[in-house]
Design a protein around this ligand. Structure first.
Ligand SMILES: Cc1cc2nc3c(=O)[nH]c(=O)nc-3n(C[C@H](O)[C@H](O)[C@H](O)COP(=O)(O)OP(=O)(O)OC[C@H]3O[C@@H](n4cnc5c(N)ncnc54)[C@H](O)[C@@H]3O)c2cc1C
Length: 470
């Protein structure tokens, strides 16, 4: 449906003429979804420079029931930022770091700040903002909040939800809700901010946040271990946690094929081990005390693991450059997989104690369904989140493989749900997993979610059609 007459002019008078884009070449960067699988249609992209201007834009759209989709860095992987008509509101000009209160260990930011800029600003004040993920150079904190992003530090610091004290949100009728608390204790009724975190922009537009900061790590050790048995991944996790406690910040699993594909397809990457192993674990330990000898601690744990037959080899990063090289082997897996041909992805979680069992059972099921399929699993094993990705059999037709996506979803997600897991550990539901949520979510969950949506957005203008249909 085209915009009502005069809407573009009104948008320009609210946000400024240069902040309203309507020509196809200008819209291009905003309408293309990260993986190029979907594309938005919209009549305008608006880039307001303040929460007040955002509220005025929303009020204008609400008056004529024009749908609105908020986008940040547009790095989401489930089509949550894909508009089907109406107006896209980009938060890119809401990019001020408003305050860092190092004593309170908090930071107040606008929603369009790029995650890496937030990390750098915290570090300047000798603090850590621990959210860290592959897209941190371009994703924005509003998008992180709206998807309750996870990443590599969840094991120690939790998801984005755990890193927030306060929020400011423009509601669907254009009012501004200010819940900008910087308190660590506040039990005054419902904790409203949690409604908007993980809501994928369906309930309102996040414009500001108060984030938690932590002591800056002063010592760090990065090590990759090679394992010959799947079950030993959990044995190693248990041992390192018991011996090193919460200094263990990251515990990432990589299947042999993941490392193999990165080495094959990604320039300047190399296998750090002399021989091949079925499983690898990338671990990072950090401490705020410069004097902590993390190397000795992890060597003791790995020595015991070696004695117990849990690991076969280990390589330490001897410099920051080597640490980045090891992390690259983990971060480049999705790209390497794409270069290898068709891939079908599942971003799931199960209880940490069930991760190895899940990997074994799921692999057996998909291999029985399609002999030759390659299970390229990797991910945040320390928090139960596995990217259970499948790479097409060698010489299989790529499109014919992709066409089986729904069948493999059913096989993998049935098992996930049977094991009390989640079909979306990260990234959200968006458009891509809407059918799966409808299939698996208990009716009462969907009913409650729809009640909340109707209460906060009765005209269904905020990112309509995402997560579920009303
Ligand atoms: C290489 C790579 C690695 C990644 N690794 C991880 C990972 O480890 N963990 C993880 O969780 N995700 C990961 N992601 C997915 C993605 O980066 C995250 O979901 C990120 O949090 C999205 O932020 P964004 O600013 O790009 O949001 P966008 O893609 O712009 O938007 C995502 C959703 O949030 C909504 N939204 C955006 N801004 C706002 C706002 N201000 N108010 C309300 N709603 C809003 C959008 O409407 C959409 O539904 C990765 C993506 C890539 C490309």
């Amino acid at each position: 449906m085209p915009l009502p007459d005069g809407t573009i002019e009104k948008l320009k008078s609210i946000a400024g003429a240069g902040a309203v884009l309507t020509e196809a070449p200008d819209l291009a960067p905003y309408v293309r979804e990260e993986r190029g699988l979907m594309e938005s249609t919209c009549d305008a992209v608006v880039r307001p420079g303040s929460a007040e201007a955002t509220a005025e834009v929303v009020k204008l759209c609400a008056g004529t029931k024009v749908p609105i989709v908020a986008i940040g860095g547009n790095t989401g992987l489930v089509g949550g930022g894909v508009a089907e008509g109406g107006v896209i509101i980009s938060t890119e000009r809401l990019n001020r770091i408003i305050e860092i209160d190092a004593l309170n260990h908090t930071m107040t930011v606008e929603a369009g700040c790029i995650l890496a800029d937030i990390q750098a600003a915290a570090e300047n004040e000798n603090c850590l903002f621990p959210l860290s993920l592959g897209a941190e150079g371009s994703c924005r904190i509003g998008g992180n909040l709206a998807t309750n992003a996870g990443g590599v530090g969840v094991l120690r610091y939790g998801n984005t939800r755990d890193l927030v004290l306060g929020l400011e949100v423009v509601l669907a009728d254009g009012r501004i809700w200010s819940g900008m608390s910087a308190l660590r204790k506040d039990n005054t009724g419902y904790d409203l901010k949690h409604l908007f975190i993980g809501a994928e922009g369906t309930l309102g537009i996040i414009t500001k946040a108060v984030l938690k900061l932590y002591p800056l790590p002063r010592s760090k050790v990065t090590v990759m271990a090679a394992l010959d048995q799947l079950d030993n991944i959990l044995a190693l996790f248990d041992r390192v946690r018991a011996m090193c406690g919460d200094r263990l910040t990251a515990f990432e699993m990589i299947a042999e094929i993941g490392l193999e594909l990165v080495v094959r397809h990604i320039p300047e990457s190399r296998d750090p081990f002399a021989g091949r192993h079925p499983w690898y674990v990338l671990m990072e330990l950090t401490s705020p005390r410069a004097s902590d000898d993390l190397r000795t601690e992890i060597e003791a744990a790995l020595g015991a693991a070696f004695e117990a037959g849990e690991i076969s080899d280990a390589v330490f990063a001897e410099s920051e450059a080597q640490a980045l090289e090891l992390w690259k082997l983990r971060e480049e897996i999705p790209d390497a997989q794409t270069r290898e041909g068709g891939s079908i992805k599942h971003d799931i979680s199960v209880p940490v104690s069930k991760t190895c069992e899940f990997m074994r059972r799921a692999s057996e099921l998909v291999e029985a369904e399609m002999p030759g399929i390659r299970v390229c699993a990797f991910g945040h094993m320390g928090d139960g989140n596995i990217h259970f990705n499948l790479t097409q059999p060698v010489s299989y037709d790529k499109q014919a493989f992709i066409d089986r996506w729904a069948d493999f979803n059913r096989i993998v997600h049935d098992l996930v749900v049977a094991m009390n897991g989640s079909i979306s550990a990260e990234h959200g539901i968006g458009l891509v997993k809407r059918g799966e949520l409808q299939h698996y979510a208990p009716a009462i969950d969907l009913e409650l979610m729809r009640s909340i949506k109707r209460a906060l957005d009765p005209d269904n203008i905020m990112n309509p059609g995402k997560i579920f249909d009303l």
